[in-house]
Design a protein around this ligand. Structure first.
Ligand SMILES: *[C@@H]1O[C@H](CO)[C@@H](O)[C@H](O)[C@H]1NC(C)=O
Ligand SMILES: *[C@@H]1O[C@H](CO)[C@@H](O)[C@H](O)[C@H]1NC(C)=O
Ligand SMILES: *[C@@H]1O[C@H](CO)[C@@H](O)[C@H](O)[C@H]1NC(C)=O
Ligand SMILES: *[C@@H]1O[C@H](CO)[C@@H](O)[C@H](O)[C@H]1NC(C)=O
Ligand SMILES: *[C@@H]1O[C@H](CO)[C@@H](O)[C@H](O)[C@H]1NC(C)=O
Length: 414
C-alpha cells in the first residue's frame, strides 16, 4: 500500500514536467517556435522519403488518403511563406514534383479510378499557393501556374450538364462510389481556383467560370440565403434536395474564393456582400455551445466523436483560407483574427500529448489539455491556425504581373 502511494505521489510530482506547447499569440518568435514544433511533429508522419521509392514519395501511410498528403504539402508551402523556415522545402518540392502525373495536371496513374475532383484540387491548392507565393520553382518544364492551369482545364472539361443544369461530380471515374454526388468541396474548390487564376492571370475565362460555378452552387441550393454551405446533392435526383451536413472546409473554400473576387473586383458590392455572408455564416463554428466564443469546432463530428480520418483535418482548411482572406479582403481581418487567436490558444493547449508533451489533439473547444486524438489532421489543423498568426506580416498573394513586371510591357527605360 505504502509503496503504491509513494509511486502515485511521484507520478503526480512528475506531471509538471509534461508541458503543453508554449504560445504567445502576440509574440512572433513564440509563434514561429510553436509552428516549427507542430510542423516537425506533422512531418514525422511522413515516411515516404525514407523508403524513397516512386510509390512512396509524397504519400502518407495508411489510413491517410492521397488527397490529404496534397493538403499537407500545401500547408508546408504556407509554412515556409509565413515563417521563413526553409527546412521542409526540399522534401515538399520532391513530393509536389512527384505527383504532377504524365500530363502535368495532378492526374496520377497511382490514383487511377480513385482520384476525385476534390482530391485533385487539394494538390492544385498547393501549386496555386506556390505560384502566388513565389515558392522555389518545380523541377519540370512547367511552372506552378501552368500546373494549376492544366489541372483547371481537366476540371472544366468535366463540367456536367447532363443533370442539375451543370456542376462537377465528386468523382471522376464512374466506377467510384459517389459518382452520383455533386458536392460543395469539388465545386467550391473549382470556384476558388477559378477566382485565384482570374486574379493571377487576368484571363477572363477564369472569371467567367468562377461566376458560373458560384451561381450554379447557389441555384442548386448548396449555398443558402444565409451562406450556409451544405455538403452535396444527388444528381440521380437532378439535385432536387441536398445533404443537411455542414463542414468547416466547405465554407472555407467558398469564403476564400469570394474574398479573392472581392479583391479582384476592387471591393465590389457584390463580392463584399458574399464575403461578409460566408464570414458571418462561419460564426456557427465558433460558439455552438455558448461557452467558448473564439474556439473553432467541427460541429458535424467533434461533439459526437464521429470524425473520420479526413474530417480530423478540416478545421485546418478553414484556418488556412480565413487567414488568406484577411489579406485579400482586409475588412475581415479583425473578426478572423479574434476567431483564430482564440483557436490558436486552445489548439496549443491541446498540443500536450505524447512522450514529449507536444502532440496535438482534436477537441480544442474542450479547452483542456490533450484529448487523446492524434494524427496528421490534428497536427495540420493546429499548424494552419497558428502559422497564420504571421499572415499580417507576410507578402500577400502575388499576380503574374508582380512576378514578371518586365514581360508585361512596363516602361523599361529608367
Ligand atoms: C525526409 O523528410 C524529412 C522531413 O520530413 C527530412 O527531415 C529527411 O531528411 C528526409 N529524408 C531523406 C532521406 O530525404
Ligand atoms: C434538372 O435541374 C435543372 C437545374 O435546376 C433544371 O434546369 C432542369 O429542368 C431539371 N431537369 C429535369 C428533368 O427536371
Ligand atoms: C485563358 O485561359 C484558358 C483556360 O486555361 C485558355 O484556354 C486560354 O488560352 C487563355 N487565354 C489567354 C488569352 O491566355
Ligand atoms: C487587395 O489585396 C491587397 C493585398 O493584400 C490589398 O493591399 C488591397 O487593399 C486589397 N484590395 C481591396 C479592395 O481591399
Ligand atoms: C463548452 O461546452 C461543451 C458542451 O457541453 C463542453 O464539451 C466544453 O468542454 C465546454 N467548453 C468550455 C471552454 O467550457
Amino acid at each position: 500500500m505504502r509503496i503504491t502511494k509513494t509511486l502515485a505521489a511521484l507520478a503526480v510530482l512528475a506531471a509538471p514536467f509534461a508541458r503543453a506547447l508554449q504560445l504567445d499569440v502576440n509574440d512572433k518568435t513564440s509563434i514561429k517556435n510553436a509552428a516549427s514544433n507542430i510542423a516537425y511533429n506533422l512531418m514525422t508522419f511522413y515516411t515516404g522519403n525514407v523508403t524513397n521509392t516512386p510509390a512512396t514519395i509524397a504519400i502518407l501511410p495508411n489510413p491517410y488518403y492521397w488527397w490529404e498528403a496534397g493538403a499537407m504539402w500545401g500547408a508546408m508551402v504556407d509554412y515556409y511563406h509565413y515563417t521563413g523556415d526553409p527546412s521542409y522545402n526540399e522534401v515538399t518540392l520532391q513530393a509536389l514534383n512527384s505527383q504532377v502525373g504524365p500530363y502535368s495536371d495532378f492526374m496520377m496513374p497511382n490514383q487511377q479510378f480513385d482520384e476525385g475532383n476534390d482530391d485533385q484540387s487539394f494538390w492544385g491548392f498547393a501549386a496555386m499557393s506556390a505560384a502566388e507565393k513565389n515558392y522555389p520553382p518545380p523541377s519540370g518544364s512547367y511552372s506552378w501556374i501552368e500546373l494549376t492551369e492544366n489541372l483547371w482545364n481537366t476540371q472544366v472539361n468535366r463540367w456536367d450538364v447532363t443533370s442539375c443544369g451543370g456542376g462537377l461530380k465528386w468523382q471522376i471515374f464512374p466506377s467510384n462510389k459517389g459518382y452520383d454526388y455533386k458536392n460543395s468541396i469539388s465545386n467550391g474548390a473549382f470556384f476558388q481556383l477559378s477566382a485565384r487564376l482570374a486574379r493571377f492571370t487576368g484571363n477572363q475565362t477564369y472569371l467567367d467560370w468562377a461566376l458560373k460555378s458560384y451561381d450554379w452552387s447557389v441555384s442548386i441550393g448548396l449555398i443558402d440565403a444565409e451562406y450556409h454551405v451544405y455538403d452535396g446533392t444527388d444528381d440521380s435526383k437532378n439535385c432536387s434536395d441536398h445533404s443537411p451536413v455542414i463542414w468547416t472546409y466547405n465554407t472555407a473554400v467558398y469564403l476564400y474564393g469570394a474574398a479573392v473576387l472581392y479583391n479582384y473586383t476592387d471591393g465590389s458590392d457584390l463580392w463584399t456582400e458574399r464575403t461578409k455572408g460566408f464570414l458571418s455564416a462561419s460564426s456557427q463554428y465558433f460558439n455552438p455551445f455558448g461557452n467558448a466564443s473564439n474556439i473553432m469546432v467541427e460541429t458535424a463530428c467533434e461533439p459526437s466523436n464521429t470524425c473520420d480520418t479526413d474530417q480530423y483535418s478540416f478545421k485546418g482548411y478553414l484556418s488556412r483560407f480565413m487567414w488568406a482572406s484577411t489579406l485579400m479582403a482586409p475588412f475581415t481581418k479583425s473578426q478572423i483574427t479574434a476567431y483564430l487567436q482564440g483557436s490558436s490558444m486552445a489548439a496549443a493547449k491541446a498540443c500536450s500529448g505524447g512522450a514529449k508533451g507536444d502532440t496535438c489533439g482534436q477537441h480544442w473547444y474542450w479547452n483542456t489539455a490533450y484529448d487523446g486524438y492524434s494524427g496528421v489532421g490534428q497536427q495540420m489543423s493546429a499548424l494552419e491556425t497558428i502559422q497564420g498568426l504571421l499572415a499580417a506580416d507576410s507578402v500577400p498573394p502575388l499576380t503574374d504581373e508582380e512576378l514578371e513586371p518586365a514581360s508585361k510591357g512596363s516602361n523599361s527605360c529608367s
